[in-house]
Design a binder for this molecule. Structure first.
Ligand code: SF4
Length: 321
C-alpha cells in the first residue's frame, strides 16, 4: 500500500477505531556491528553480539513491516557496515515506506555511495556530535545538497553538552536541513550516566524551537511532553526490530522479546495479550519518557499532528526545512 494511504489508515485505526497499538514508525537495527564505540551506546549495538540474519531474511522482515509501518528507519550498529545495505534500502524504497538511514558517516565520504543512496532513501539521518568524534562534519555539512539528500542531523544531548547546542543548530539551518536533539539514555548497564536533566532539556529545546522553528526536528508536542504536559492518550506508535527479526516490546530498553518478524505477523504480535500487558506496564514506569514513545504519542493531539505533518510536508516537497 502507498505510504500516504497507509498513514491515513493508521490515523483511522488509532484515532477513530481505538486500535491504539497500531504502529507508524519502526527502527530497524539491521546490524549490531559498528566502527565506533560511543560512551552512551549499549555495547550490544556495536559488539556484534546480537544475531544477524542474511539479506533474504531481512527482506522478509521488511515485507512484514509493510502492512502497517509508514516510516522505516534503517539503523544499527552502523548500518553501512552491511555490504547489502544499498540492496535492502532499494527493496524498501518502493513507495510503501518513507525510508530513512541513520549513520555515523562511515561511508559518507564515498561519492559513488552517496549518489546511489540518494535514489534509495527519503531522509538521511546523520549522527554528529562530540560522542561520535565527528563534530568537524558540521563544517562541510552543506555538501550533501549536491546529491539531493535531505539531511536530518541527529545529535545526542547529554548533561555535558547541553549548553553547547546552539552553534550546531545554526550551522544546520544554514544548509536548510533539520536537526534532532535526542536525549542520551542511561541503559541499566551504562558505564557512565549521561542523560540530561529533564527540566534543563525542556528549557533548552523550548528556546531553540522558538528561535529556529522547523530547523529543530523535535516537535512542540514532544517538547511539551518533556516539560510534563503529557499527551492525553499516552501510547506509542513506534517499535524497534533487532537484526534477527526479534521484536523487543514496547522498546529495546524496557521491553522483552514478544516474537520474531521472520516467523510472526507484526499485527498479530501487537494485538497479543502479552503486548497489551507490556504496554500497560510501560505507562507505569519511565519507559513512557523514551524519545520515540513521547514523539509518536504526541500525534494523539490533532494540533501537534497537524503541525508535524506541515513541517515534514514542507521539507519533503521543497527540500528545505
Ligand atoms: S555510532 Fe551509533 S551504534 Fe555505533 S557505537 Fe556510536 S551510538 Fe553505538
Amino acid at each position: 500500500m502507498n505510504r500516504n494511504l497507509k498513514a491515513i489508515k493508521w490515523f483511522i485505526n488509532t484515532q477513530l477505531l481505538g486500535k491504539w497499538y497500531s504502529v507508524a514508525y519502526a527502527t530497524f537495527k539491521v546490524t549490531s556491528h559498528c566502527n565506533l564505540r560511543c560512551t552512551f551506546c549499549n555495547p550490544s549495538y556495536y559488539s556484534g553480539t546480537l544475531q544477524e540474519v542474511g539479506t533474504e531474511q531481512l527482506k522478509k522482515i521488511i515485507d512484514n513491516l509493510r502492512s502497517t509501518v509508514v516510516v522505516l528507519s534503517f539503523e544499527g550498529g552502523e548500518p553501512t557496515t552491511r555490504p547489502d545495505i544499498l540492496e535492502l534500502l532499494e527493496y524498501a524504497h518502493d513507495g510503501s515506506f518513507y525510508v530513512m538511514l541513520t549513520t555515523n558517516g562511515y561511508k559518507l565520504n564515498d561519492p559513488d555511495f552517496l549518489s546511489k543512496l540518494a535514489d534509495r532513501i527519503d531522509f538521511l539521518h546523520y549522527s554528529i556530535d562530540e560522542y561520535h568524534w565527528n563534530v568537524k562534519a558540521f563544517d562541510t555539512l552543506c555538501k550533501f545538497r549536491e546529491y539531493g539528500l535531505k539531511v536530518n542531523v541527529q545529535t545526542v544531548v547529554t548533561r555535558y553538552n547541553i549548553d553547547k547546542l546552539e552553534d550546531k543548530v545554526r550551522k544546520v539551518k544554514e544548509c536548510g536541513y533539520k536537526i534532532l536533539l535526542m536525549p542520551a539514555v542511561d541503559y541499566p548497564d551504562s558505564r557512565v550516566k549521561l542523560a540530561p536533566d529533564r527540566e534543563k532539556y525542556f528549557e533548552v529545546l523550548s528556546y531553540l524551537k522558538r528561535k529556529y522553528g522547523s530547523t529543530l526536528n523535535n516537535s512542540w508536542g514532544f517538547i511539551r511532553a518533556v516539560g510534563g504536559e503529557l499527551p492525553k492518550k499516552l501510547t506509542s506508535y513506534a517499535i524497534t526490530v533487532y537484526p534477527n527479526g526479534d521484536l523487543p516490546y514496547p522498546d529495546d530498553v524496557n521491553g522483552e522479546i514478544i516474537g520474531n518478524l521472520t516467523r510472526n505477523r507484526l499485527e498479530d504480535l501487537l494485538a497479543s495479550r502479552r503486548a497489551d500487558e507490556l504496554r500497560r506496564k510501560m505507562l507505569e514506569d519511565e519507559a513512557r519518557y523514551e524519545y520515540l514513545h513521547l514523539q509518536t504519542a504526541s500525534f494523539n493531539s490533532l494540533r501537534d499532528l497537524a503541525e508535524y505533518v506541515k513541517e515534514m510536508g514542507k521539507w519533503a516537497f521543497t527540500g528545505r526545512a
